[in-house]
Design a protein around this ligand. Structure first.
Ligand SMILES: Cc1cc2nc3c(=O)[nH]c(=O)nc-3n(C[C@H](O)[C@H](O)[C@H](O)COP(=O)(O)OP(=O)(O)OC[C@H]3O[C@@H](n4cnc5c(N)ncnc54)[C@H](O)[C@@H]3O)c2cc1C
Length: 548
């Protein structure tokens, strides 16, 4: 059943076995899993069926440049940010959960096997096929990305990332949830406070608001699924009210990490061109190839975990010579701001790039490719259930910029704090403090240099870049929007972490966190698949407690 908070009777809010706060990928998966196992669940969502600009104020806050605005890259609506996500599904690597001597605070309190067993079901939730990310997912004997790739083995490897439909969790689960007798979703039901008992060992109730009235919910178990920022914000607010929670000072809100991204260099090939486009896996899912350094090579060279993809030129610069990219640039107003940033490599446009006449020329000269694009856009992107993830157009000059995507080391200085201003729900706003560390920059520089050395030993490919510019580019790398990790991290004790290996807040018997905010380190993988795997693991844990 799905209804508004204001329509609900008092009984719905009393004696609830499981109360899930937030209905994004994490919250919907959690609620659906528990209800399928026969449990009664209350799922609370601050937003409405669709985006509503009157709620935007609640996500506003401060953010240090170049971090995106606090409200960007997340949505308040039933289904959360899955309405907007790109659907790239990537698992963590085994070494991401290990203690790595060169990565401070590395090491998860769970093993890779304990978590990765949940990836296949998480892939089902995302409609992304099998949890198989080897090249052989593309067929029994696939050619390498380019002829000489095998000469780079074993230090540099090739694997695939898979793409979801992309699945909008609200749309996918709406019917099941509406028809469920066990699952109640309340819209416009914002949790504005977690109310602890005196010693902070239990959440006695939470406060809900729809902006005009307030309600209390009492539940046996509360699971925070509000996304990385909101989950952290609610816990920081509770900490201000509860002396015993000062024990989380060293970790709560701290160690904020994003992936960082640089598009740089020119990879050129003599002879046959590399595999650049999306391909379909044997089980019919869009996939793309990428290059990684092996675990041993990362350890030997003290590298952070990263990945490289062949990339398209920035669409705003008409020098790419592509009618299609120019057309997208001219039509950019139809794209969400977050998607515009991604297409233009995360930077603003120069005057030259804004020269619309050059773009119009590209469009006119590129008419045949426009027809092909129009066909793909209509039939593969708009009308298809499984959508082509995005448009890949190679540079007209045959060179490929490299997209580099890396983890950053956890740093206590990167953090989310509460500030003195309040939003319209009387909740303190957040300030996001983010910067790259020297270690992040050095690792990025070294990764490019090592890749260049390896590629330039081959006969047919060459990676060129201005080495004087590399460090500058890396220092100006941008955080990938929407990957909000580390601020309620998982660990062994409340001295250095917020939740334990079951995602339970240390020392609080009925409060759990299901979010990328629990990741102690992030690898280079986009977070959602791992969020869902952790939710499924947490759901098994909660079901084992036999709560009714
Ligand atoms: C443009 C873009 C592209 C992306 N692409 C990818 C990708 O390709 N691959 C990938 O893995 N990830 C991607 N992401 C990230 C992905 O969207 C998030 O990892 C994922 O949505 C997080 O899920 P969540 O459930 O934790 O949070 P959200 O999806 O943000 O959901 C949280 C929900 O909780 C609600 N809520 C918040 N606070 C409260 C409260 N106090 N009370 C009640 N409800 C509350 C919100 O309204 C929201 O509906 C992308 C993000 C963006 C913006």
């Amino acid at each position: 059943m799905i209804k508004y908070l204001k329509e609900c009777d008092a009984q719905t809010l009393e004696d609830v076995p499981f109360c899930v706060i937030g209905s994004g990928a994490a919250g919907i998966t959690m609620a659906v899993e528990l209800a399928r196992a026969g449990k009664r669940v209350l799922l609370l969502e601050a937003g409405d069926w669709k985006d509503d600009s009157s709620l935007d104020d609640a996500y506003e806050g401060e953010a240090t440049s170049p971090h995106p605005e606090a409200a960007e890259y997340r949505r308040q609506r039933f289904g959360g940010t899955t309405h907007l996500w790109g659907g790239r599904c990537v698992p963590l690597d085994k070494l991401d959960l290990d203690i790595r001597p060169h990565v401070p605070y590395s090491g998860w309190p769970i093993t890779y096997d304990e978590m990765s067993q949940y990836y296949p079901s998480a892939m089902d939730y995302c409609d992304a096929g099998q949890a198989d990310f080897e090249l052989t997912a593309l067929g029994s004997n696939p050619d390498p990305m380019f002829d000489e790739f095998p000469s780079l083995y074993p230090e540099i490897t090739e694997c695939v990332e898979r793409y979801s439909l992309p699945t909008d969790f609200a749309r996918k689960f709406q019917t099941e949830i509406s028809e469920s007798k066990l699952l109640t979703v309340l819209l416009r039901a914002r949790c504005t406070a977690l109310n602890t008992n005196e010693d902070g060992s239990n959440i006695e109730s939470i406060t809900l608001s729809n902006g005009t009235e307030q309600w209390q919910v009492r539940a046996k178990q509360f699971i925070l699924c509000g996304g990385g920022f909101e989950t952290t914000r609610l816990l920081l607010m509770a900490q201000q009210q509860c002396a015993a929670w000062q024990r989380f000072d060293a970790s709560l809100g701290r160690f904020y990490t994003c992936h960082f991204d640089v598009i740089f260099g020119d990879l050129k090939f003599k002879g046959s061109l590399p595999k650049f486009d999306f391909e379909k896996t044997s089980d019919g899912v869009y996939a793309r190839r990428k290059l990684n350094f092996s675990a041993d090579y990362q350890l030997q060279n003290q590298l952070l975990n990263s990945t490289f993809r062949l990339h398209f030129p920035p669409y705003g610069n008409p020098a790419h010579g592509s009618g299609v990219l120019s057309f997208i640039y001219l039509a950019k107003s139809i794209l969400a701001r977050e998607h515009q940033d991604i297409l233009n490599h995360g930077r603003g446009l120069t005057d030259e790039e804004q020269n619309k006449l050059l773009h119009i020329k590209n469009v006119l000269l590129g008419f045949p490719s426009m027809l092909r694009f129009g066909y793909d856009w209509l039939f593969k992107m708009k009308l298809a259930k499984r959508r082509l993830p995005y448009t890949l157009i190679a540079n007209a000059n045959g060179s490929y910029p490299l997209e580099f995507n890396s983890e950053q080391i956890p740093s206590a200085e990167n953090r989310i704090e509460l500030v003195s201003q309040h939003d319209s729900f009387s909740m303190p706003r957040i300030a996001v403090k983010w910067q790259l560390t020297d270690t992040d920059i050095e690792s990025g520089v070294k990764s490019f240099e090592l890749l260049q050395a390896a590629l330039n030993k081959t006969n047919h490919c060459r990676l060129d870049f201005d080495s004087g510019l590399l460090r500058e580019q890396m220092s100006g790398a941008l955080p990938v929007g929407g990957h909000h990790m580390g601020t309620t991290k998982m660990g062994h004790s409340d001295k250095d972490s917020v939740v334990n290996s079951d995602c339970q807040v240390h020392g609080v018997d009925n409060l759990y966190v299901a979010s990328s905010s629990v990741f102690p380190t992030s690898g280079h993988a986009n977070p959602t698949l791992t969020i869902i795997a952790l939710v499924l693991r947490l759901s098994d844990h909660l079901l084992s407690k036999d709560v009714t």
